[in-house]
Write a protein that binds this ligand. Structure first.
Ligand code: NAD
Ligand code: ADE
Length: 477
């Protein structure tokens, strides 16, 4: 590990190699050309600086695309600190470029779990000891840490419970250390937070859970469910980055292979289509009859994981659920099967259960740059696990491409402006449809698209305004 801290530049940083900054800058410049929504947002708000002086903490994959988001928020006046939301998702040249620009960044590809949570803490706390005004979160880890911190202060017994995972072990350790110095630390941090904008489906599940239990400590904006996020990033982003991840990891021909895609929601639709485009033979697993029927209508066979064990070559999980592929499943798979996950956390594939199989042998094929491990069972058959069961598209490749991330991150910027400019309640909000349509509009020219315009007569006939919104709230696209 060659990461280092330094306070010589304008900000602190902890990156793998600051020498990668120039390469990072060149790729950021390419990305800017492909991110018209973000760049237009930058132009529109540059003079007004709606985020002037606002402390924004980001916990979101530190990629080239995220660098363009960070620099957009900075142009709008924000005072930023950033960390990644996954131990394998940082692009080290992107992190270096952000560090060189003077924005505090704590991330490198291949962090340990302990380091990961320490970096979340570093991004959370400013040099004056204060916390953020606003959070950009992806998967809910930063939001969750604040909530766990407050819970531990109000109910110290909570921190005495046995940690259920390596993440919880690291978090409890950090929270206990803070508690020794300040018993109201997290309550003060939480009280200062105006709101969070959450990027992904799994983070929204966590926020809705907190809101339902009446435990949400600050307002939240659901970026994921903007149409220009979940129906673009989750579908087309994964359609691009899933095959990229599998190929970089295994260099395998997907054509002719049997691929099982677990979950046919937004991500599953993109993944199944990508595998079909590779001429793989695709099987979809689902629990929801509507999504299962959609998969049938798209021409996929719908079956159970158990039905495919003897024949499938590749498994992809994208349910946002836990233990969808169990150690027992993997024990029953065909020799040399490839197993990966593109959902948010590492429990869709029961990696802990796999590691606990008696007599299992683990061989590292490739390290943190593109993690691939071979697990050999006592009966002699092996499976390959990609990215240690974490997001394969970010662990083994570079995530979604610029254009689709421009849509997602334009929504993030609008959400951050909304939090800064409005007094919101402690609930989960959606971005207004008018703004969602605006994000799409900003990306049309790049595709050479020309919009038709409603006449007043037509607008009246279908009951909308000439300028939109063009669909009722519940429309599903
Ligand atoms: P979604 O809710 O649209 O789809 C999930 C689907 O999985 C649902 O249709 C659900 O019925 C199904 N499902 C649940 N449990 C199942 C089980 N046991 N077996 C089979 N199917 C099951 O969610 P989504 O937007 O598609 O997101 C899925 C996951 O991907 C989330 O964790 C999300 O955070 C993550 N995500 C990852 C990326 C990425 O770049 N890797 C991008 C976007 C979202
Ligand atoms: N999520 C998926 N792909 C991503 C990317 N390239 N950057 C940030 N977050 C992502």
């Amino acid at each position: 590990m060659t990461a280092k801290t330094s306070k010589k530049s304008k900000g602190e940083y902890l990156v793998r190699d600051i020498g990668l900054a120039d390469f990072g800058r060149k790729e950021i410049e390419i990305a800017e050309y492909e991110m018209p929504g973000l760049m237009a947002t930058r132009e529109k708000y540059r003079a007004a600086k709606p985020l002037a002086g606002i402390r924004i903490m980001g916990c979101l994959h530190m990629t080239i695309q995220t660098a363009v988001l960070i620099e957009t928020l900075a142009e709008l006046g924000a005072d930023l600190r950033w960390c990644s939301c996954n131990i394998f998702s940082t692009q080290d040249h992107a992190a270096a470029a952000i560090a060189k620009r003077g924005i505090p960044i704590f991330a490198y590809k291949g962090e340990s779990i302990q380091e990961y949570w320490e970096f979340v803490m570093k991004a959370m706390i400013w040099p004056d000891g204060k916390g953020p005004d606003q959070i950009v979160d992806d998967g809910g880890d930063a939001t969750g840490l604040v909530h766990m911190g407050v819970k531990g202060e109000l109910d110290p017994a909570f921190l005495k419970t046995a940690p259920k995972s390596a993440d919880e072990k690291a978090i409890f350790g950090i929270l206990k250390d803070i508690r020794k110095k300040d018993r109201k630390f997290w309550q003060k941090i939480a009280a200062g937070i105006r709101g969070v904008s959450e990027e992904t489906t799994t983070g929204i599940h966590r926020l809705n859970h907190l809101a339902k239990a009446g435990e949400l400590l600050f307002p939240a904006i659901n970026v994921n469910d903007s149409v220009t996020k979940s129906k673009f990033d989750n579908v087309y982003g994964c359609r691009h980055s899933l095959p990229d991840g599998i190929k970089r990891a295994m260099d395998v021909l997907l054509s002719g292979k049997q691929v099982v895609v677990c979950g046919y929601g937004d991500v599953g639709k993109g993944c199944a289509e990508a595998m079909k485009n590779e001429r793989a033979r695709v099987i979809v697993t689902e629990v929801d009859p509507i999504c299962a029927l959609q998969a049938c209508m798209a021409g996929f066979q719908v079956a159970r994981v158990e039905d495919a064990l003897k024949t499938a070559d590749v498994y992809v999980t994208c349910t946002g659920n836990c233990r969808v592929i169990t150690a027992k499943h993997m024990a029953g798979m065909k020799d040399q099967a490839i197993v990966c996950n593109i959902g948010h956390f590492d429990d869709e594939i029961d990696v802990a259960g796999l590691k606990a199989v008696k007599g299992i042998k683990v061989t590292e094929i490739k390290g943190h740059e593109c993690p691939v491990h071979k697990y050999t069972f006592p009966d002699g058959h092996s499976i390959y696990l990609l990215a240690e069961g974490r997001l394969v598209n970010l662990g083994c490749a570079t995530g979604h491409p610029n254009f689709v991330m421009s849509c997602s991150f334009s929504n993030q910027v609008l959400a951050q402006i909304e939090i800064a400019s409005k007094k919101l309640e402690k609930q989960v909000y959606l971005i207004p449809k008018k703004l969602d349509e605006e994000v799409a509009r900003l990306h049309l020219a790049k595709c050479g698209a020309k919009l038709s315009k409603l006449t007043q007569e037509q607008a009246d006939y279908i009951g909308v305004k000439v300028s939109g919104p063009f669909k009722p709230e519940g429309y599903r696209y």
